[in-house]
Each structure stands twice: as C-alpha cells, then as structure tokens.
Design a protein around this ligand. Structure first.
Ligand code: 5AD
Ligand code: SF4
Length: 446
C-alpha cells in the first residue's frame, strides 16, 4: 500500500478564502491526502493568500520565508501558493524569483485545477505557475472538506462589480457571477441532510445576487427558497452593500424565521464627501436612514459594519462625522481598518495620502468609541435569553464551551460536550465588548 500523504493549508483573509480552502482540502482528500496540523509531517503545504491590505501580504512573505526549512528537511515537500495575491503580477514575479522553494503558484479562478497541477509537479518535479486573468464562468461545484459539522458556507455570487476606489477585490476576483438558484438550494438541502444547522451565504455583495442571471431571481427570493429547507435552522449572509439594501430584503429578514437578525452593512465612512470619493454610491444620510429603518422594523437585530480610516483626503472634520455616525447608530460591532493603498486602484494614485501617524490616531479614537458602545449594548443583554448554537471548546480554555447567538455574538457557557452542534437557550449573566457569558436554562428541542 502507498504511504499515507499529508496536507496542510494556511489561509489568510476573508470567509470567501476560508471557503475556497475548504474546497482545496476537499480536492486533496479526494487525492487521498490526509490533513495534518504538523507542518513537519506535511507532504504538501498550501498558502491561500489575501491582498486586501498590505499587512496581509507581509504575513504571506513572512510565512514563505519560514517554510524554507521544511523544504530543506524534506525536498519532496510541495509548497503551493494560491489566492487573491496571485492574481497580481508583482507578487507572482517576486515569489517566483525570490522564493525558489515554492513549487506551485495558482490563482482564484482556477482552484478546480489543483489536482492536475499537483499531478504535474509530482510527475515532472518542475515548478508550475497557472494563473488565469479572467474567470471562465463559475468555478464548478467542488466537494468541501468542511471545518465544522454544523455550520457551512455557501458561495452564492463570486466577484464584484462595485469598484470602490480603495479596493483591489474587483481586480482579483473578477466580475459578478451568480450561481443558479436551484444549485444553491440543492447544496443547502444536502448540507441540512448531513446535519448542518446553520448556513452562511457568501458574496462580496449578496444584494446583487441574480442581476447577471437569465432567470428572474434576486436575493430576497433566494432567502425565501432557502427558508423552506426543512432541517436547516439558521441562515446567515454576508456582505450586504448599503446601496442595494432593499425594503423587500428587510421584510424577508423580519418575516422569514430562519434568516438571522444580524446584518453586516459596511459603511466605510461617515462623511458624504469621502463616500463619494470612495465610489460607494450612497450618502451619509441615506446610510443613517437605512440603519434606522432596520432598527425600527427589527429592534432586536444586531447591525455590524466596517470602517476605513485615513482614506486619501480625509480631513479631521470628515473623521469627526464618522465618530458622530457611530454615536448616532450605535453598532453592535465594527471592524476598523487603516486605509492601505493597493497598487492599481484609483485611490492609491492620489497625492493627498493621510500621514501614518494621523491614521493610527484616528483608528484608536474610533476603536475606543466603538468598544465602549459594544460594551454598553452587550450590557443591555444581561438577563435576556439567547439562542446559542454550541460549537465546542473555546479557543483559550477547553473547559469552557462557546457558541454564537443568532446575532452572531460569541457566548461562553460551561463545558457540555453533549451540546456540541445543538441550539440551546442561554441566560446572559455577564458581558464584555466582544463576548457574552451565560448559563444554560433549557435545551431547545431542535
Ligand atoms: N484598505 C483598508 N481597508 C480596506 N478594506 C477594503 N479595502 C481596503 C483597503 N485598501 C476593508 C473594507 C471592507 C473590508 C472587507 O476591508 O472596510 O469592507
Ligand atoms: Fe477575501 Fe478580499 Fe482577501 Fe480576496 S482580497 S481573500 S476577497 S478579503
């Protein structure tokens, strides 16, 4: 019998990338590779890279340097690099020339070719580079080696047509391509049969789902179809673009029982001037009105957002408008980023870049304000009963278990292995900015 072969995958970036890594793992499992968490044991190591901010790129180069010693120990080791960073010429050239221990470079549009590419390397022992500039339609449905038995991602739309002036994603992930509704529903049914309780629908902009399809479908209709999948309990989705957040979508979130009351609605800035220069397609007033509508229609809903501070030309008064917006809307949670110029994007060519010191100072002020609000909002939950999908031991203490509320907040409970994968009722006893603590009151029979 052949010796067992092992793989290890290191993923950077967003859920889309995490999901792609599950597909890469699925293909490797089909090729009889087994997962290992020990790099020294691996016969193949893949890096699935991200290019959204400079930090993400630096991490990849650091990791590649580190991997050299594994190759020295085991010359047969295959090291492959894929993902968004490989869709740009500059990092590909640099890796090809300077990191001679990398055997394989592939892009985001051809992940389904992984088995062929590996076979080629195994057979000829030569370095292989295969990156496609354009998506050749949708990436075919691939088997996923899922990380969780109870939660699963489903990609509903690939690519992005928005061209926000700071963002590299449209250049590396291509144009918007929606999956046919039937194939999404079929995937959800199969996952539910396999015991999955919660699905998260993924897309750079889920609200434009269906725009490019011949069939007359849109995102609200998709939610309605998925809500009928019997054994499924929760439907999450991300990311929504505020410009396309419609009343009919709000109505579905409110009325479809499985669609969770959590909306991630990245605003990026509270200044209409900056939003315009970002090409976001909405004003400060429109965004405020949209969130207020959500809060009025679904008072228990959690709204989270993303901010970029230090976009070129952002003045102190623009930034203060961001702080004012945060005070007015009181998000449950916000991801805050320092603007990072990405080569090839319009904003990176501007001459009025904000100084690093100013960017950092603004980030700290924004984070401080948001942490305080998140803390206060979580204090409001003390004594309430939340439905928590228990996922297992917490990452820092295996005697404490954790799960997520419907509103996507992390909640800790006492260790109870029999509850993994179940949705249980928990009474909230204490809370911090990012986490809740609770006690089990009753097991929901689902
Ligand atoms: N610099 C900083 N943050 C960025 N994002 C996207 N592009 C950049 C960039 N060039 C942030 C946005 C987006 C999130 C996924 O990443 O806030 O919503
Ligand atoms: Fe995800 Fe964007 Fe990073 Fe690509 S560049 S992995 S789409 S965050």
């Amino acid at each position: 019998m052949d010796k067992v072969k092992y793989y290890h995958i290191i993923t950077y970036g967003c859920q889309m990338n995490e999901h792609d890594s599950e597909k890469l793992a699925g293909m490797l499992e089909n090729m009889n590779y087994k997962y290992t968490d020990q790099l020294e044991k691996a016969d193949i190591i893949l890096l699935n890279t991200c290019i959204i901010r400079e930090n993400a790129e630096l991490k990849v180069f650091g990791k590649l340097g580190e991997l050299k010693r594994y190759k020295r120990k085991n010359p047969n080791l295959i090291i492959g690099v894929g993902g968004c960073m490989m869709q740009q010429d500059q990092p590909v050239d640099e890796i090809y020339k300077k990191y001679r221990h990398v055997d394989l470079i592939f892009g985001t549009h051809n992940i389904h070719h992984l088995p062929e590419l590996i076979n080629k390397i195994e057979k000829n022992r030569e370095r292989v580079v295969e990156v496609w500039d354009e998506a050749d339609g949708l990436i075919p449905d691939l088997p996923s080696q899922r990380e969780s038995d109870y939660s699963a991602w489903i990609s509903i739309i690939q690519g992005c047509d928005n061209f926000c002036t700071y963002c590299i994603v449209p250049y590396v992930r291509g144009r918007e391509r929606s999956r046919p509704l039937k194939s999404i529903v079929k995937e959800a049914e199969k996952l539910a049969e396999d015991g999955v309780k919660e699905i998260t629908l993924l897309g750079q902009n889920v609200n434009s789902y269906g725009n490019d399809l011949k069939e007359k479908v849109d995102f609200p209709l998709l939610l309605e179809a998925l809500n009928k999948v019997g054994k499924l309990k929760r439907i999450r989705f991300m990311t929504s673009h505020p410009r396309d957040f419609s009343d009919s979508l709000l109505e579905k979130i409110k009325n479809l029982d499985k669609v969770v009351n959590h909306i991630h609605l990245p605003v990026q800035s509270g200044s209409t001037k900056v939003l315009k220069e970002m090409n976001r397609g909405y004003s400060r007033e429109y965004y405020i009105e949209t969130v207020k509508k959500i809060q009025a229609e679904i008072p228990e809903a959690a709204v989270s957002t993303d901010f970029i501070v230090g976009f070129p030309g952002e003045k102190e008064e623009d930034f203060e408008q961001t702080l004012e917006l945060v005070k007015e809307l009181r998000f449950d949670m916000a991801y805050t980023f320092i603007y990072s110029p990405r080569s090839g994007t319009p904003a990176s060519r501007r001459e009025d870049q904000v100084a690093d010191k100013v960017k950092k100072e603004r980030l700290n002020r924004l984070m401080e304000l948001q942490n305080k609000i998140s803390y206060e909002k979580n204090q409001n939950l003390l004594g309430t009963i939340q439905k928590v999908l228990v996922t297992g031991p917490s990452s820092s203490d295996e005697n404490v278990y954790q799960g997520r509320t419907e509103t996507n907040k992390i909640c800790f409970i006492d260790k109870r292995p029999d509850l993994i994968g179940k949705i249980v009722e928990v009474k909230i006893n204490s809370a911090k900015s990012w986490t809740l603590n609770g006690t089990l009151i009753n097991r929901v029979k689902i």
